[in-house]
Write a protein that binds this ligand. Structure first.
Ligand code: ASP
Ligand code: MG
Length: 411
């Protein structure tokens, strides 16, 4: 039997009792003959607590010290879990990202993994030990502790699974898998048995918080079989894998939504080569993430450019635009901060024309005004008023046949 990588998120290891439960599960796998690597997050909400503490001591905490601080959260969990296993008579060893051989780029707060030197892990596995690795962290080749970005433990787990050619990578969380929509908004949402990497990547990027988008990217690149499941039950979970292995049928696999959307319209941008790049470079330098962009003709010499950003980035975006108004040469700025985005995702869309049109008509039947649209091969997103998001999600969930399992008619 081969190597299994398991990752346990914050709620799964939130208390001593939870850590005992996790230890029991790991031991079950170990007793079946697997070589076990376990990646853990910080306990409960402790990363948030550390972030808040830092903010009490510095208005804009230095990124290097922030990484030093946040990396401690995971270090608490690895030691405690290793103790829980040893207390049950199992050999276990805890390792920081650096000890596990994880080298990242020399950037703080959102470093990407460059390389994993897995010799030490392999040695420990060969000795029969359970290896417990701190998620979300690594070290740069200049010897600095780095972190991968919030939610990055998933990516640590998948990267280790890829590097060690593990049988699979199980991501344990507090929900039983990937759902067709957020069950809090669409009560009829169902757990998916399977989903493709591409669909999962869209859903994760669109804000279905269950997986770190970079972990899905890495899983696809190295064909790591991912399983999302609950650490609170023995339910099967959702398998994320390549499309060809999947039962097809539904055009839309899931509905994602994001309720923190703002839109900005820059009015009267001069029509000149390079203006768009000037505008969006200025925003990028200020760290503002832009999503959907629409350019509309205003009159011969000027355009209006609308784009969406998060409500979090909105104040900074407005500030930046005002600061550079003269350089960029536009007339004025308007914004709206009460929008949301609803998206349908499904690999079946590639071969089924008219899905976007169907989405628009389902929304308009409910009197929902679509403000902006963006599409990819397997996704259509609509920006709509925020107070209609629940209606939009549940309408689309029902209209695209996700509410109930379609009855099989024998004939
Ligand atoms: N503890 C980190 C966070 O809360 C990393 C993780 O849980 O994946 O973002
Ligand atoms: Mg997470």
């Amino acid at each position: 039997m081969g190597i299994v990588v398991q990752k346990y998120g914050g709620t799964s290891v939130g208390t001593a009792d939870r850590i005992h439960k996790v230890a029991e599960r790991i031991i079950r796998y170990k007793n079946e003959g697997h070589q076990m690597i376990v990646v853990v997050s910080a306990m409960g909400k402790s990363t948030d607590v550390l972030v808040d503490l830092a903010k009490e001591l510095h208005t804009n905490p230095p990124a290097r010290e922030m990484d030093m601080l946040l990396a401690t959260g995971e270090q608490v969990t690895i030691a405690l879990l290793s103790m829980a296993l040893q207390n049950r008579g199992y050999e276990a060893v805890s390792m920081t990202g650096w000890q596990a051989g994880i080298t990242t780029e020399p950037i703080h707060g959102r470093a990407r993994i460059h390389q994993i030197d897995n010799d030490r892990i392999k040695q420990e596995l060969e000795q029969g030990r359970i290896v417990i690795v701190a998620g979300f962290q690594g070290a740069s080749n200049t010897g600095e502790i780095t972190t991968l970005g919030r939610g990055g433990s998933d990516t640590t787990a998948v990267a280790l699974a890829a590097s060690l050619q593990a049988e699979c990578c199980e991501i344990y969380t507090d929900v039983s898998g990937v759902f067709t929509a957020d069950p809090r908004i669409a009560p009829c949402a169902q757990k998916l048995d399977r989903i493709s990497y591409d669909e999962m990547l869209e859903l994760a990027t669109l804000g279905a918080g269950v997986l770190h988008p970079r972990s899905v990217e890495t899983a696809k690149k190295y064909q790591v079989k991912l399983i999302v499941r609950s650490s609170f039950t023995d339910e099967e979970g959702t398998i994320v894998e390549e499309e060809s292995n999947m039962e097809t049928g539904k055009v839309v696999s899931g509905i994602a939504h994001d309720t923190s959307v703002a839109s900005i319209t820059v009015i009267g941008m001069p029509v000149k080569v390079g203006m768009l790049s000037n505008l969006f470079k200025t925003l990028a330098i200020s760290g503002i993430n832009v999503d959907i962009i629409i350019q509309s003709t205003y009159h011969d010499k000027a355009n209006n450019i609308s784009f969406t950003t998060s409500t979090e980035d909105l104040p900074r975006a407005i500030q930046t635009l005002h600061a550079y108004q003269e350089d960029l040469g536009f007339e004025s700025v308007e914004y709206e901060d009460d929008l949301a985005k609803v998206s349908i995702v499904g690999a079946g869309m590639i071969t089924n024309p008219g899905v976007a049109a169907d989405m628009f008509s389902h929304l308009s039947e409910q009197n929902i005004l679509i403000r902006m649209v963006s599409t990819s091969d397997i996704k259509v997103s609509c920006v709509i008023p925020r107070d209609q998001i629940s209606l939009a999600v549940s309408t689309l969930h029902r209209s695209f046949g996700l509410d109930v399992q379609e009855a099989v008619v024998h004939g």
